[in-house]
Design a protein around this ligand. Structure first.
Ligand code: MN
Length: 232
């Protein structure tokens, strides 16, 4: 085998609740505008024809409980609390009826966003990448196996910023359901173990400042926690 010039990067993994095994993350997909009240807060309409996506590099994922520096090159760093789906079996052109069979588990997550860079990108009709896919851009909690969670729907999803409630909804408020997202995304990619899907954020997104503490909860899941340090 060819020797590596530089050491291979370590795998990016998430803890699994009540397990001594970890979940190795392969890809991170994110759904845009999947709660009508969040779409409306930026003057957007939800797209009822099909969901849309952007991606984050797994190396930009950070586990829950971290303290991170305030990110580079932004003056408007935002929180987006999201329900994450962890795929566990191959899913290619899977039907909505069979989609849930491909889920390994679920996690609470944060789709962190450099909102000012996103606004500029939107205005210039340029890609969103640097506004969404940056260091510590995805914060993800421990995975709860699907069998221990049940069907996504009635569970509340909420976020506290320094102890104050800022986002709250129910998973049933999603425009595109979990099986609908998996079915659609599996026409675009050969999904499989390691693929994480962040399913969009409810209304109430807003700025995070140095020193802030985020605490996100979804009924039945381990929380996602983040402390933001000073600017570098
Ligand atoms: Mn989001």
């Amino acid at each position: 085998m060819t020797k590596l010039q530089f050491p291979a990067p370590p795998p990016v993994t998430l803890p699994i609740r009540d397990s001594d095994k970890a979940y190795a993350v392969a890809r991170i997909f994110c759904v845009g505008r999947n709660y009508a009240d969040h779409a409306a807060e930026f003057g957007n309409q939800v797209d009822r024809d099909m969901p849309f996506y952007f991606t984050k590099c797994p190396v930009h994922m950070t586990r829950s409980g971290a303290r991170i520096p305030y990110p580079l090159a932004t003056e408007n760093y935002h929180h987006e609390m999201e329900f994450a789906v962890a795929i566990g079996t191959p899913a290619f052109r899977v039907s909505e009826d069979r989609a849930m069979e491909t889920v390994f588990g679920y996690a609470a997550s944060l789709d962190m966003t450099r909102r000012d860079l996103q606004a500029k990108a939107k205005e210039a009709r340029k890609p969103w990448d640097i506004s969404k896919d940056f260091e510590h851009g995805a914060i993800v909690g421990a995975i709860t196996p699907a069998a221990d969670f049940g069907k996504p729907g009635p569970q509340a999803i909420s976020l506290l910023l320094n102890g104050e409630p800022v986002q709250r909804a129910h998973l049933s408020d999603m425009v595109w359901s979990v099986p609908a997202i998996i079915a659609h995304l599996s026409t675009l990619y050969h999904l499989g173990p390691g693929d994480l899907i962040l399913t969009g954020t409810p209304a109430g997104v807003g700025p995070v400042r140095p020193g802030d503490v985020l605490y996100g909860e979804i009924d039945g899941l381990a929380p996602v926690e983040l402390t933001v340090g000073p600017k570098e």
